[in-house]
Design a protein around this ligand. Structure first.
Ligand code: ZN
Ligand code: ZN
Length: 315
């Protein structure tokens, strides 16, 4: 029997600090591994050492930057140098909002080492879709006082459930024909001495949504913007610079409180909410988690640097 298995989907929290690093938290950097693809979302200072500590290696297939505040991009320069040292030849796409071309051009001019591979800058706007094999990264506008984007990694739909018993009733013997039906092909079988064609629709349930990870970058809550690119999320990684004692401050500086992050996670029927970009003023995250949990009944976490989360399929 052929089983259709899904790709692994893992999120490495390499940097969970707010604007300033602390002895325990690095500036923002999130690595998402899907199957053999590795994508980096923001790349703060010190990202390379975090990759070493998390033992992820440096192989990166694309970098997505949310905005041009230095805590989100300073790690790119060192990473490029290392990839060059290591003899990388493949082009590296760098996606980001307006000024991504200036950033990449400036970086290449500034660096007196030879970048031995091409850095391909690509500017994204709200609604831009970057296609990968089996999934897309969709950009949405955020609200941070300058041009900024968040990203949703959205997998393609999965085939529906295969009804084994029904297939047998229709005369299909367990074996290679099951696999062909699961891949969407019609098969011909002999039943009661007659040739019968069995269509995939007779034995497959409706397609099921793939998994989705949303990363907001720095922002006020933008439920409508996110909802225009995805209606649901398995994991929401949200700006939670402040807890609820600082709602005014959060509004002033275009960040979110953990309670506001909870509102977004609830609107997206998220499985898990990860609170990140924690301000250096806090020594613990218990209040952040408490405040988010008041407004969102799914799982709330405030990951430590180097934590890794595996995202399972829903049902
Ligand atoms: Zn920031
Ligand atoms: Zn910022």
């Amino acid at each position: 029997m052929v089983f259709i298995t899904g790709e692994t989907l893992q999120v490495y929290f390499l940097g969970t600090a707010g604007a300033l690093p602390t002895p325990f938290r690095n500036p923002p950097c999130f690595m998402i591994r899907r199957g053999s693809d590795t994508l980096l979302f923001d790349c703060g200072e010190g990202a390379q050492q975090q990759m070493m500590r998390a033992r992820t290696g440096f192989t990166v297939d694309a970098i997505f930057i949310t905005h041009w505040h230095a805590d989100h991009f300073l790690g790119v320069i060192g990473l490029i140098q290392t990839l060059s040292f290591n003899g990388r030849k493949d082009p590296l796409p760098v996606y980001g909002p307006r000024w991504v071309h200036e950033f990449v051009n400036g970086l290449v001019q500034l660096c007196r080492f030879n970048v031995k591979f091409s850095l391909n800058a690509e500017e994204l706007v709200h609604g831009s879709v970057v296609r990968f094999d089996g999934y897309s990264v969709k950009a949405f506008s955020t609200d941070h006082g300058l041009e900024s984007l968040g990203y949703a990694l959205v997998e393609d739909e999965r085939p529906g459930r295969f009804d084994r018993e029904q297939a047998i009733v229709l005369g299909v013997n367990p074996g290679p024909l099951f696999g062909r039906l699961q891949r969407g092909e019609a098969v011909t079988v002999t039943k009661d001495g007659a040739q019968v064609v069995v269509q995939p629709g007779q034995v497959m349930g409706p397609p099921r949504p793939g998994r989705c990870v949303v990363y907001t970058g720095d922002t006020r809550p933008v439920i409508r913007g996110i909802s225009s690119v995805t209606e649901y999320a398995d994991l929401v990684i949200h700006d939670a610079t402040y807890d609820e004692s600082e709602t005014e401050k959060a509004r002033e500086v275009f960040h979110s409180t953990s309670g506001e992050a909870g509102d977004v996670a609830r609107a997206l029927s998220a499985g898990t909410l990860a609170l990140v970009h924690i301000s250096s003023r806090y020594t613990g995250t218990a209040n952040h988690i408490r405040d988010a949990a008041k407004r969102f009944c799914g799982k709330v976490i405030a990951p430590d640097d180097l934590d890794m989360l595996e995202i399972p399929f829903r049902g």
